[in-house]
Ligand binder design. Structure first.
Ligand code: DGP
Length: 123
């Protein structure tokens, strides 16, 4: 399925755009025409994968009018969970946005966390 979300539009100063472009190495778990998923450099669980759009999108707020890309990201997260073998035991998908959300990289990303019992606190 073609998706306009997959078209390249890298932001020159964006860390995750550089990872998507292959300019910074990453341990990739899954890719398709719209999405790249790679292991977090500082994992907080045995499975900790980041799912990002190939195209630069700063945060989840910028997905409010992009339901197709939002869906592609969520579907990719579910595929990553299957690839990593955590889909039956369970896992968490989280998105941090902005300052109060503790977003540290300004290219929207879904955290896929699993591989152990996660704690219930989100805030
Ligand atoms: P957040 O705080 O939600 O913006 O999460 C950003 C995540 O990105 C954080 O868990 C660490 C990860 N990260 C930062 N720099 C790199 C990097 O160079 N490579 C990889 N694979 N992950 C990174």
């Amino acid at each position: 399925m073609m998706c306009s979300a997959g078209s390249a539009a890298a932001h020159p100063d964006c860390l995750f755009c550089k990872i998507v472009a292959g300019d910074i190495p990453s341990d990739q778990v899954y890719t398709d025409d719209a999405v790249v998923a790679f292991r977090d450099i500082a994992p907080q669980a045995p499975v900790h994968v980041l799912v990002v759009p190939r195209r630069h999108v700063s945060g989840i707020d910028d997905l409010r009018d992009e339901p197709e890309l939002a869906g592609r990201l969520l579907a990719a997260a579910a595929k990553v969970a299957r690839i990593e073998g955590v889909h039956e035991a369970g896992y968490r998908v989280a998105v941090n946005h902005g300052r109060h959300g503790a977003q540290s990289v300004g290219h929207v990303h879904l955290h896929v966390l699993g591989g152990r019992q996660l704690h219930g606190e989100l805030g």
